[in-house]
Design a protein around this ligand. Sequence first.
Ligand code: FAD
Length: 469
Amino acid sequence: DEKTSKYDLAVIGAGPGGYTAAFRAADLGMKVALIERYSSLGGVCLNVGCIPSKSLLHIAKIINEAEEVHQFGVEFSKPQLNIEKIRKWKDRTLSELTDGVTELARLRKVDVFHGTAEFLNSKQLLITEHGSPHQESTLDFEHAIIAAGSRANKISHLPDDPRIIDSANALSLEHIPDRLLIIGAGIIGLEMAAVYDALGSKVTVAAKYDQLIPECDGDIVKPLYDRIAERYNVYLETMVSKVVADDAELTVHFEGNSEVPTVQAFDSILVSIGRHPNGHVLSADLAGVYVDEAGYIPVDSYQRTNVNNIFAIGDIAGKPMLAHKAIHEGKVAAEVIAGLHSRFDATVVPSVAYTDPEVSWIGLTEKQARSRGVKYGIGVFPWSASGRALSLGRGEGKTKILFDLVTDQILGAGIVGAHAGDLIAEIGLAIENNIKAHAISSTIHPHPTLSETVAFATEVFESTITDLY
Ligand code: FAD
């Protein structure tokens, strides 16, 4: 059953990178094929990543806040959780979005193929549809964009056991274990810890580094640590050396930190130790596309691979593995193919952990500035002095901005506190457009908002500088 079709552009993978590229290319007049191996469009982000995790974190936040407002004299009774309904609500959010992507593809006349794509050469793909029987077809393209994403890393020495899960399983909420161990204290592990803690699991987080979210500054993650360590076990500098699975439980052996029990039993283990790119499952070599050992496909600032008509975007094209980076790159690749003067020239990509409190950072961290010998100044505004933060009962936050001492240019920032993820956007705008510290501090920010903490942090820096001269 062979059919052949010819397209200006074939996009492999319908995650945020892929669908953005396909839609932009269609808007620019190209005939576009979007190929996705799963029945639902939207990739990891919409199906098993950003969106379902945020729906569940919203529920976690409501549960925690209802518990905490007793300090303000408001008592709620213990929440009754209907996991079935929670799951349905989460699934409804994501299917609204994935159906929306399907509809947008239809409106733009992008042809969607449900099947696994592999390269036959630099001009043709083989698409295998997973119906029964499997159907194969060939697709001819002028240009291709590889947007095949990434998948969760595994720990090879753990037993093969259905109770040892990854973030996609965890988000399906099939089972709320009594005792859950999360290995890894990066963004995803900590977000899932917040969800399962709120849903009633006794959570333990174990990570090999000496702080949560190691790429972020220690002072920025400290308020998060202080808060979660009150609620559940956080074992830092701890390695899982062995897991023994029997019918009743998973017995975990820890090493590396003498303050941590050497053996502890759990009902489930979520492995959250990073993700690796899908570069090795596309027969990219048949098209001559270079894939590095880890599975990344290196690209230039036009998102072009070593093969002229083939581009790569999103998680498969390099770190940071974030949806907004994939989206930006998707737009760039489509525009370059259409002949527009577009390239990836973003200076910074923001990162956010949607934990409680949220943690966000952008540009240089203080750690990086120090290790690179950058002469930086610093403006810090503690949220204990923010009227809005205190009125939320959350004065533990902090806004920290790094400046170049000579040029007053903003180099980076770290924020911890409610809505830190929203607040970092203003600093991104400033860095990308070379807006200096004094321009932020002299802009009237609405009072009382958390956005004032950004202005106050620049003001603190300005006044320190004035003192210097
Ligand atoms: P993906 O979204 O991975 O999509 C790739 C698509 O390609 C998949 O649908 C896959 O099925 C398909 N595919 C692969 N190979 C083939 C093939 N051979 N043929 C056909 N189709 C193929 N990022 C954020 O910015 N914010 C967040 O809050 C956030 N939360 C996250 C939470 C979790 C639990 C996880 C796991 C990730 C989260 N991320 C978040 C990361 C984000 O999901 C990814 O960075 C983003 O999805 C990458 O987009 P992409 O387009 O590169 O690839």
